[in-house]
Design a protein around this ligand. Structure first.
Ligand SMILES: Nc1ncnc2c1ncn2[C@@H]1O[C@H](COP(=O)(O)OP(=O)(O)OP(=O)(O)O)[C@@H](O)[C@H]1O
Ligand SMILES: [Mg+2]
Length: 237
């Protein structure tokens, strides 16, 4: 493998996801070429229905493309078994969702240990979860349940959960969609720190141009296709 391909987290070509709905074919994603190097921070933009979440689901191995080729860390995802896909989802990818997806009855540490348990790890899980919470500035909220946390804190717990397995890629689909502007800045600044300090590769969907400017590259979608892909001067929060 060349040094270039070692540093490439995502390599997708001709990626498509079509849905048959009655007589109609919905081209949710319609031939996307995308290459992402380790350490990038990318904002994905585009109108509602343009295919952003569809792309995230394919990149996160939560969905299978209708056509095209996807390599994650050099590995052909299309030829991976279901077991291997579970391992990739658990170990290589961290997900951050708009609505946090935290379990309400267990505290922050408990929520963050979940991916470790799913991955079969039984020892040191609590210490690893506390370390991940410390990385997002929530060491002092470890025992709090989701209802005892603000929206921004809940989202940072979900970022800690995404981090805990040391994934090579974090995918965030509108991570600040439910947050007010002050809390949004806290969450984006947390994501920027992880990218800047720890070199974590990050793709985030956003509708907000200001948030997009916190990234290093902006990719814009329309009708399932990339219409613009440009490097920008990152605004550090
Ligand atoms: N399961 C499905 N069956 C049929 N069509 C679907 C399905 N899922 C998504 N679509 C269609 O695919 C297109 C892309 O959807 P997607 O969720 O990727 O958009 P999006 O860019 O994330 O939009 P938003 O900004 O509103 O979240 C939409 O037109 C949507 O209606
Ligand atoms: Mg979406």
């Amino acid at each position: 493998m060349s040094e270039n391909s070692v540093n490439r987290v995502i390599e997708a070509s001709g990626l498509a996801r079509h849905y048959a709905v009655g007589e109609q074919v919905v081209r949710a994603l319609d031939g996307v070429d995308l290459s992402v190097e380790r350490g990038e921070m990318i904002a994905i933009m585009g109108p509602s229905g343009s295919g952003k979440s569809t792309l995230m689901n394919l990149l996160g191995c939560l969905d299978t493309p209708t056509a095209g080729d996807y390599r994650l860390n050099g590995e052909h995802v299309g030829s991976a078994s279901d077991d291997r896909l579970s391992v990739l989802r658990n170990r290589s990818i961290g997900f951050v969702f708009q609505n946090y997806n935290l379990l309400p009855r267990i505290n922050a540490v408990g929520n963050v240990t979940l991916p470790l348990h799913y991955g079969g790890r039984s020892s040191g899980t609590s210490a690893a979860a506390r370390a991940a919470l410390a990385r997002v500035g929530l060491a002092d909220r470890a025992e709090h349940k989701p209802t005892e946390l603000s929206g921004g804190e809940q989202q940072r717990v979900s970022i800690a959960r995404a981090l805990v397995n040391e994934p090579s890629l974090i995918l965030a689909d509108e991570p600040t969609g439910n947050l007010d502007s002050v809390t949004t800045m806290e969450v984006i600044s947390t994501l920027q720190d992880l990218n800047y300090r720890d070199g974590i590769t990050l793709l985030m969907v956003t509708h907000d141009a200001e948030i997009a400017n916190s990234a290093k590259r902006i990719i814009s979608f329309r009708d399932g296709r990339i219409i613009e892909d440009r490097a920008i001067e990152q605004v550090r929060l």
